[in-house]
Design a protein around this ligand. Structure first.
Ligand code: ATP
Length: 382
């Protein structure tokens, strides 16, 4: 998965203790009757970030976004935008714009009229409106479609009109609720990169709600993973993927093999875990801080496991035997489901770097050995 922004953009204000957040959410709660939709969430978001709120259906991410926009009142806690308390400030007076899942374009208006609409409401001069609309049409690459109506556009083009309409008002903060939900996979991927480029050009701060983890990984400077109304982890895409803090996050982001075990050795530079579920010992090359004998969970990503026919010389640690039960050819990778001796099934992903002959390729019902590097497993204690 991509963590493009993390590689490209070394500016990481959240690591600077003196940096002032642009958005500060402090202990925000939202109740609908007895139901707690957002539970005591605190979050700091900095200027120029694309911050993704990621979580499954009903976890409260849209409700949190709606409170930022002012469409929903908080039950408790505070929201500050650019240092200003938003309590009691209506949506239209906040320095925020929101782009909705359904783009809600005016069907009878041309693209340029749709984009100009918000500026006309603000009663800007005609020349100011024209120059701003032209500029934004260039940025979202819709200049040649300016005179078309929404029904004469593709889904991706309509999405860009909606984005242009939100951006033309030059909000300091743009909230996007599942902005690419209506697009097919290919267009979605393409548009994700366009969104990043537009955001970088304009320097607007984006907060994006999505349930799609690959989208969050591609877009985000940081991700806030939500579960049942709470933020369970905040981090860059790499941190969230490589160092999930809990079983929930490890399982939610990407695929993972998870084994319960007991800590038998915990030193600063190595940990050993006995796992009956795995049927063996897992050796990890860094320490964790947990009590000896503690129950822990070990997560191993499928792409970090090697699969081979030959039995390794040393099978004491980080090695299990199994039989291939399923193979799914996905083009770029193949997924192997291997039933290991303990009875559990492990998932292994192999890149299809070259076309292999049937003799070379590992096939169904073959006995194989799975191994992994001691730097690969992640140990979590909750
Ligand atoms: P999805 O991806 O499905 O849109 P979400 O994470 O955005 O999910 P929210 O829309 O924030 O979820 O809703 C969080 C919870 O709050 C849900 O269980 C929802 O049913 C509930 N909820 C949202 N709005 C209301 C409301 N006006 N009255 C009562 N319950 C609500």
């Amino acid at each position: 998965m991509a963590d493009r922004r993390n590689d490209r953009n070394k500016h990481e204000p959240w690591r600077d203790p003196n940096a002032q957040p642009y958005v500060r959410i402090e202990n925000v709660t939202k109740r609908f009757g007895d139901f707690v939709a957002v539970n005591n969430v605190s979050l700091k978001i900095y200027k120029g970030e694309i911050f993704c709120l990621l979580g499954g259906s009903g976890c409260g991410k849209s409700t949190l976004l709606r409170m930022l926009a002012g469409f929903e009142e908080t039950t408790g806690g505070s929201i500050y935008l650019d240092g200003q308390d938003m309590a009691g400030i209506p949506p239209y007076e906040r320095p925020v714009n929101m782009m909705f899942q359904s783009y809600a374009l005016f069907p009878h208006m041309t693209v340029e009229k749709n984009i100009a609409f918000g500026l006309e409401q603000e009663k800007l001069s005609r020349s100011e409106i024209n120059s701003r609309v032209e500029e934004i049409l260039g940025i979202v690459r819709l200049g040649e479609f300016a005179r078309r109506k929404p029904h004469q556009l593709s889904g991706g083009q309509r999405q860009r009109v909606a984005l242009a309409r939100a951006l033309v008002k030059r909000p300091k903060l743009l909230l996007l609720d599942e902005p690419l939900g209506a697009l097919d996979k290919k267009l979605r991927e393409h548009t994700q990169f366009e969104l990043i480029n537009i955001q970088e050009q304009l320097g607007v701060t984006f907060i994006v709600v999505t349930h799609d983890q690959e989208e969050a990984m591609t877009l985000a400077s940081r991700i806030g993973v939500m579960n049942r109304g709470e933020i369970v982890q905040i981090g860059t895409p790499t941190e969230i993927y490589e160092f999930p803090a809990t079983r929930f996050v490890a399982d939610f982001i990407g695929s993972v093999n998870m084994f319960e075990g007991r800590l038998v050795e915990d030193l600063p530079d190595r940990v050993r875990i006995q796992s009956d579920q795995l049927g063996g010992v897992i050796y990890v090359d860094h320490g964790i801080s947990a009590a000896p004998g503690a129950v822990v969970w070990v997560a191993i990503r499928p792409e970090k496991i090697t699969i081979q026919r030959a039995q390794p010389a040393d099978m004491r640690e980080n090695c299990v035997r199994g039989v291939v039960k399923e193979i799914a050819y996905m083009g770029d990778v193949s997924v192997y489901l291997v039933k290991i001796d303990s009875g559990q099934t492990m998932r292994v992903t192999l890149p299809n770097m070259e076309r292999l002959s049937d003799d070379e390729r590992i096939l169904w019902d073959e006995t194989v050995y799975l191994t992994w590097h001691p730097g690969s497993p992640v140990v979590v204690i909750q």
